[in-house]
Write a protein that binds this ligand. Sequence first.
Ligand SMILES: [Mg+2]
Length: 246
Amino acid sequence: MPRNLVVFDFDWSFVDQDTDRWVFEVLSTPLRRVLQTRKSGGSQCTPDVVNETMADLHAEGFKKEQILDALRMLPLHPAMKRAVLGLKERLADTTFLCLSNSNEIYIGTILEKHSLTNLFSEIITNPAHWDAEHPSLLHIGRRLPATSPPHGCKIGCLANMCKGDELDAWMAANGGWEAWDRVSYVGDGGNDFCPIVRMRKGDWALVRKNMELDGRVKEEGAEKGLKVDVKRWEGAWEVEEIFQTL
Ligand SMILES: [Mg+2]
């Protein structure tokens, strides 16, 4: 039986939202604005900006349960859930890997809500933990700490994580690329371009239409020597259809 690896970006790929923005959109419009202003300032890495705004949320008196409840109501399309569970049932030895610039508390909470805690064999993302003294304060860190040497990615990954390096490192620890008959990658963001550039002919990139990744594939794909088969999708139902042809 062929060995399939399915790699999922999380925000706007596995789920139908941006986890970082969503928590503030549910709880506080003024803090959602603060997040936007900080992001458009452009000088900080995404997890740093979210971490800073989480501290503001705590200072305003929001509780851990409110943050968790916000995450539990974040939209996961039923067709996406059906897509992964259907594939798992049909091709039982499919391995699912999550590669995300969100954080482990957000992703873990959402997966638990949907009874999908055991779907991914590994979740590669930013670390997060609740403060020991202030139980409603969430700290979000960087996958690659600011104190580590920079990853040196030339494709444009953020300072906290080079998704291409992360995928290569996971491969090295899991039998190498040759251990997998086909690797499929579901993504939407500009930082999903780096890993798909490293994928092989015959692998599948499921690229969400009209998002940043789609633009990069069109504009830089040929120049960067993209080899992977690109399959565009807009809604989760189309991912389900594509998975049925794996
Ligand atoms: Mg995304």
